[in-house]
Design a protein around this ligand. Structure first.
Ligand SMILES: [Mn+2]
Length: 290
């Protein structure tokens, strides 16, 4: 895969001067419903080359901060081993003071990248946009399934879950009585966005912040290309508004966008995923000066 994010030319795609480093992880061995997220990074990178480099909302050109795209991480079936590979790659990037941007692959890859952020920075704010709580202790005999992501990184910081609309009884029992996590239902986002933003702001600590975005958190009307689609979900402008408000209040150390499972002929979903990544870069560029 020779692709790089936005199809940038040197020096803007060089590693040494890059502020952002894309880590493609073409892995979906932990997916339970519709596999295909292994093709996500390639489709997303290809779509990114079609994008306008100027961000009309922030007035920024985040590409000038430098964006390097690494070679994809070689997949290995065992999700725990895969997580270690992702963790190692992410730690290397964080250690150089750059912002890692992990492209999944299924959501299990975030276990490695969030652990890396914790290893370098200690306790974090962890913002999750997702349809599912991902708080199962085990799923399909694995503790490292994409359904267990947030449970595995539970102790690494203050978790805020946004857009949830599918959760098991076991997960509800786990959450019951725990005051620490904040779970903001998709229904709340849709009925009262300002109160959701208020709750998010109250939940944020003065800590480095990591954002993990499972694309099924978005409305499948705008993001159908996911392994486990769920009706409802965040609209485009809701998603952007939430992210922008978080990024203007936090120091972002890394983020991931996972679970893109491309559907042949449905290019807009790949493009939307790429655009979402560039939006986050643009907010960081606007609010967190170099
Ligand atoms: Mn998820």
């Amino acid at each position: 895969m020779e692709l790089n994010f936005l199809g940038l030319e040197p020096p803007y795609c060089n590693f040494d001067s890059a502020r952002f480093v894309i880590i493609p992880v073409p892995y979906d061995a932990s997916t339970c419903y519709k596999a295909g997220a292994r093709s996500g990074p390639e489709a997303l990178l290809a779509a990114s080359a079609q994008m306008e480099l100027f961000d009309e909302e922030t007035g920024t050109e985040a590409w000038k901060d430098g964006i390097h795209t690494l070679e994809p991480i070689n997949p290995v079936i065992d999700p725990e081993k895969m997580g270690k590979r992702v963790q190692q790659a992410t730690e290397t990037i964080l250690g150089q003071g750059k912002i890692p941007v992990i492209i999944g692959g299924d959501h299990s890859v975030s276990i490695g990248s969030i652990r890396a952020a914790h290893a370098l920075h200690g306790p974090l704010n962890i913002i999750q946009i997702d349809a599912h709580a991902d708080l199962r202790d085990r799923y399909q005999s694995s503790a490292f399934s994409h359904a267990c992501v947030m449970r595995r990184i539970w102790n690494l910081g203050h978790i805020i879950q946004i857009g949830i609309r599918s959760i098991s009884y076991e997960e509800m029992v786990f959450l019951k009585g725990r005051s620490r996590p904040r779970l903001l239902w998709a229904r709340q986002v849709s009925s009262d966005l300002e109160s959701v933003l208020c709750a998010v702001k109250q939940g944020l600590k003065d800590l480095p912040t990591y954002i993990t975005i499972d694309l099924d958190g978005l409305d499948p009307g705008i993001m159908p290309a996911v392994g486990t689609p769920e009706p409802g979900g965040l609209g485009w402008y809701e998603t952007l508004y939430i992210l922008q408000r978080i990024i203007e209040n936090c120091h972002i150390v890394g983020f991931d966008v996972v679970e893109l499972s491309p559907i042949p002929g449905l290019h807009f979903a790949d493009y939307t995923a790429a655009r979402l990544i560039y939006k986050i870069m643009s907010y960081i560029s606007r609010h967190q000066g170099l």
